[in-house]
Design a protein around this ligand. Structure first.
Ligand SMILES: [Zn+2]
Length: 111
């Protein structure tokens, strides 16, 4: 399916032809332009990467909750130390993912 981009708000529409009006900003059909195969491919890959980053973030939040439980359990110092390392890893990686997704949006690759 070809992709069409609204030149007013950057909404990307997938279909055989552009919609009568932009679902996001209401601009008329004439404001949509057909994206090249190369642009469309980049948007599809970017959407997939964003989706995978969000799935990873969701697993990291679960990982973080488990680390917190281990810390609360407070069985012995080595156990708590490992749990704190897990927590640091999850928090840092979540922040990296958030920054990366924000940079995708600024580049207009959010799709
Ligand atoms: Zn629009």
């Amino acid at each position: 399916m070809p992709l069409y981009k609204c030149q007013v708000c950057n909404f990307v529409f997938e279909g055989p032809q552009p919609p009568d009006r932009c679902p996001k900003c209401g601009a008329p059909r004439e404001r949509f332009t057909l994206l090249s195969d190369q642009e469309a491919e980049l948007i599809k890959r970017s959407r997939k990467s964003n989706y995978l980053h969000m799935r990873a973030a969701s697993l990291l939040r679960e990982f973080l909750a488990i680390a917190d439980e281990l810390i609360q359990e407070n069985l012995d110092p080595p156990c708590v130390r490992i749990a704190n390392e897990e927590k640091d890893f999850a928090l840092t990686t979540l922040q990296k993912i958030t920054a990366e997704l924000e940079s995708h949006m600024k580049k207009g690759r959010w799709g």
